[in-house]
Ligand binder design. Structure first.
Ligand code: GDP
Ligand code: IMO
Ligand code: MG
Length: 426
């Protein structure tokens, strides 16, 4: 039975939450494989809006089991808060529906402190992180100094936490001149979280394999996006995990036979939150208009997102890196009311045409987008149900993207609600 991946093709916030929720009606499980509560996935169902940071966007369907894989970094306080908020709105978050990997790493209270201190020390070169401690948590994982979820099951968990905080206090004080954290208080707090989360702890790799063997359908939900990938993104202006396809396998402990459909969410234009290069960025009234029409403010931090024209160099790069088979094109409705749309099809650098996305940000900084133009439209798209409901100019824009990518756009999203989606066949 099929396994479907929904990942972000750009710099995050492509509408993965909406697309995951949409497809989750047909699956048995949804699994997150990387990132942490730096993610912000919005799901709109009728009058209700859900903003999910850690919990997979399948949680709204009672028959779906949700998983956080070993590749996710889990802030237990945030997870419990999110669980409580969902429970208060009548969503079942019992242990049979929400499982967290015993091998996932914990975000500790010193991680956000280190995140902010590191950003402050970078000054003008700051990355513009979400401040959630995600980078430092992955640093500790790679440095083999992390605390994993299975340790919450041990009697000596509180004393391990206390030791870890005491060790980190040396860094906070010595390196950054910050006050120490209260190790005893944190140890007690984390012991409390452990008691609450214990029933949710599972061997996620084993559980997913069982689901797979029973012929059931699993959806893998990416967080962030391809251009924020620690290896393939605009390094160092990236996140510290692998949102790209490879992250699915290491982040969940499954083999490639589990995956047979790779669908990427891509916005009909481009946004980025935080610092870093953005070749097609618009710093004019059109960019402001995209922010306003698209409500481009971060789900996690509320920051204004930077906006720009669609960049096919990055989309083709993303398609190649991830083996993307289909695109879910989101927020097409936001482009209504513009006379002319531009699409970047290549870069020009020192008189030469570049088709591939460069590794070196100094090279990228010298790149000028090569644009083709596409006629705009005035009509409101938000009620469109079929491609034929779209004005011809909007249909042409969709076709231009498909032709340039050589991939089908199987979903066109024209509003935040589940219903505001045009379904096409691949
Ligand atoms: P994610 O991080 O990829 O899940 O995306 P976010 O939820 O952070 O940001 C996408 C935002 O756009 C959310 O507020 C969605 O409700 C909204 N959205 C999703 N699809 C559409 C669409 O087709 N049109 C409009 N206008 N908004 C959309
Ligand atoms: P979703 O899943 C957009 C960005 C931050 C910053 C960089 C590093 O909602 O698409 P981090 O806190 O991860 O160390 O920050 O990555 N970033 C995101 N941008 N959407 C996200 O998640 C993001 N998660 C992190 O703004 O530039
Ligand atoms: Mg988001």
């Amino acid at each position: 039975m099929p396994g479907t991946l929904v990942l972000g093709a750009q710099w995050g916030d492509e509408g993965k939450g909406k697309i995951t929720d949409l497809l989750a009606s047909q699956v048995d499980a949804v699994a997150r494989y990387q990132g942490g509560d730096n993610a912000g996935h919005t799901v709109v169902v009728g009058q209700e809006t859900f903003k999910l940071h850690l919990i997979p966007s399948g949680i709204l369907y009672p028959k779906v089991t949700c998983f956080l894989g070993n590749g996710v970094v889990i802030n237990p306080a945030r997870l419990l808060e999110e669980m409580a908020q969902l429970a208060a709105r009548g969503v079942d978050i019992s242990p049979s529906r929400l499982k967290i990997s015993d091998r996932a790493h914990l975000v500790m209270p010193y991680h956000p402190v280190l995140d902010k201190a590191s950003e402050a020390s970078l000054g003008r070169s700051a990355i513009g992180t979400t401040g959630r401690g995600i980078g430092p948590a992955y640093v500790d994982k790679a440095a083999r100094q992390g605390i994993r979820v299975h340790q919450m099951l041990r009697d000596d968990f509180a004393s391990r936490v206390r030791e870890a905080v005491e060790a980190k206090n040396k860094v906070l004080q010595g390196l950054y001149g910050l006050p120490p954290l209260d190790a005893g208080q944190i140890a007690d707090q984390y012991a409390g979280y452990a008691a609450q989360l214990r029933p949710h702890i599972a061997d996620v790799s084993r559980a997913l394999d069982d689901i797979y063997r029973h012929g059931r359908h699993i959806l893998y939900e990416g967080a962030q996006g391809t251009l924020l990938d620690v290896d393939h993104g605009t390094y160092p202006y990236v996140t510290s995990s692998s949102p790209t396809v490879g992250g699915v396998f290491t982040g969940l402990g499954i083999g490639p036979q589990h995956l047979d459909r790779v669908l990427a969410a891509a916005k009909a234009y481009q946004t980025r939150v935080g610092a870093g290069p953005f070749p097609t960025e618009l710093l004019d009234a059109i960019g402001d208009r995209m922010v306003e029409q698209g409500q481009e403010f971060g789900t996690t931090t509320g920051r204004r997102r930077r906006t720009g024209w669609l960049d096919m160099v990055t989309l083709r790069y993303s398609a190649r890196l991830n083996g993307i088979q289909e695109i879910a094109l989101t927020k097409l409705d936001v482009l209504s009311g513009l006379n002319m749309l531009k699409v970047c099809v290549a870069y020009r650098r020192r008189g030469e045409r570049l088709e591939d996305f460069p590794a070196d940000l100094e090279v990228l900084a010298e790149c000028e987008p090569v644009y083709v133009e596409s006629k705009g439209w005035e009509e409101d798209l938000s009620q469109a149900k079929e491609m034929s409901d779209l004005p011809p100019e909007a249909q042409d824009y969709v076709k231009l993207i498909e032709d340039s990518l050589g991939l089908p756009i199987t979903l066109v999203s024209v509003g935040p609600d589940r219903e505001q989606t045009i379904h096409r066949t691949a």
